[in-house]
Design a protein around this ligand. Structure first.
Ligand code: PLP
Length: 395
């Protein structure tokens, strides 16, 4: 996507996506004429309530759920917090992976302080959990398993169906954070056999501040947000009608165009990876080359700082991310890259490129050229690189 005034080449779709025009237009009436509170009994309220009901039914059908299994909330973070904290008093052990998003990691840390034991499964060099590790980690006290569908930094996709088969054998509820995957892949909760799944609209060209937790019938996490009787008494708070409608329209649009979009983005991403690996020395792709989201390429560039690369690309009108957007601003190296075994110094030189439907091959070629220039310039200023270059091994 290019910003018309600033000509920004946007390669940060894993952080957020631009709002689809169709989704935007679908929301407008609910900010203006149809502004009623969906809990009000009069005609304006009923109109809003109807829109929410329709959106809930549509989203449910798009992911293979029943209408009453979708609970709207404020986004991916709330959805993940709910899934985790909702199991606080249901056992003393939770299993997760070592590369989860902070919206899973932070509530788990809080639960650990309350005495819950948490097992963090390794992901090895390719960024993927081994089902046999899950089997070994289960104990009689395990109350919940939460393993993300696709990682936000390196894009690796977990073998969720194999993992849920193990969870189901032991009758343990299974949650997956599918925030990065929904809208980029066909996902059917029944087929996957998950008990809870988190989604967030702004990752699939929908509005920010709206998401949902799918909760399979029969699974009863405790409430996270207490208040009115919205969301069938499970989540208090006035329904964000416009955002709910926009979320539904964006998801439908993304899934209707899934094959074409995926193909387009995959071709761009593969060209980008091939060119970068071939034309820039001392750089590595993080995570499995094939079992990853179509839109993700995450590299380590040795001897340079990720933040410096990011800033120089930004000056050239290219928007990327160093580590995940949520952890940028923190100078600690990404826990995801460290879990892959990437050395701390290299983890500091990582950049995530995440592509989207508005990108073109021209963007890719321009960005690779600018990236090469950037890395060369930065390395010319790196004493470590100059030292290594002088070393006969590398000349
Ligand atoms: N989970 C993953 C994997 C994410 O990438 C994100 C956002 O980056 C979230 C959860 C949180 O979603 P939200 O931004 O809607 O709170």
């Amino acid at each position: 996507m290019i910003d018309k005034q600033k000509k920004i080449i946007y390669f940060d779709h894993a952080a957020t996506t631009p709002l689809s025009k169709k989704a935007f237009e679908s929301m407008i009436p609910f900010f203006m004429d149809d502004f009623g509170n969906a809990s009000s009994l009069h005609v304006l309220g009923r109109k809003s309530a109807f829109a929410v009901t329709e959106a809930r039914a549509k989203i449910a059908s798009l992911i293979g759920a029943k209408t009453n299994e979708i609970y709207f909330c404020s986004g991916g973070t709330e959805s993940c917090n709910w899934a985790i904290k909702g199991f606080l008093d249901k056992g003393t052990h939770i299993i997760t992976s070592s590369i989860e998003h902070p919206s899973i990691m932070a509530p788990l840390k809080e639960l650990e302080q309350k005495g819950i034991k948490v097992t963090y499964l390794p992901v090895y060099k390719n960024g993927i959990v081994k089902p046999s590790d899950l089997e070994k980690a289960i104990t009689k006290d395990t109350a919940l398993i939460s393993i993300m569908f696709a990682n936000n930094e390196i894009g690796t996709i977990q073998p969720i169906k194999e993992l849920t088969a193990i969870a189901n054998k032991h009758k343990i509820p299974f949650h997956t954070d599918a925030v990065q995957a929904i809208g980029s892949m066909a996902i059917n909760v029944k087929d996957l056999n998950v008990d809870m799944l988190s989604l967030s609209a702004h990752k699939f060209y929908g509005p920010k501040g709206i998401g949902a937790l799918y909760i399979k019938g029969g699974i009863r996490p405790n409430k996270l947000i207490h208040g009115g009787s919205q969301e069938r008494t499970m989540r208090g708070g006035t329904s964000n009608v416009a955002a709910i409608v926009g979320c539904c329209v964006a998801l439908e649009e993304a899934l209707n165009n899934l094959d074409d979009n995926s193909k387009h983005i995959r071709v761009l991403r593969n060209t980008f990876i091939d060119r970068v690996l071939c034309e820039i020395e001392h750089c590595y792709l993080n995570g499995d080359r094939d079992r990853r989201l179509d839109n993700n390429a995450n590299f380590v560039f040795d001897f340079v700082e990720g933040e410096s690369i990011l800033m120089m690309l930004d000056l050239n009108g290219i928007a990327v991310s160093s580590g995940s957007a949520c952890s940028s601003g923190s100078l600690s190296p990404s826990h995801v890259l460290l879990s892959l075994g990437v050395p701390i110094e290299s983890a500091h030189g990582s950049i995530r490129f995440s592509f989207g439907i508005g990108n073109t091959m021209d963007h890719i070629n321009y960005a690779v050229d600018k990236l090469k220039e950037t890395i060369n310039k930065l390395r010319e200023m790196s004493p470590l690189f100059l030292q290594v270059k002088g070393d006969s091994k590398f000349v």
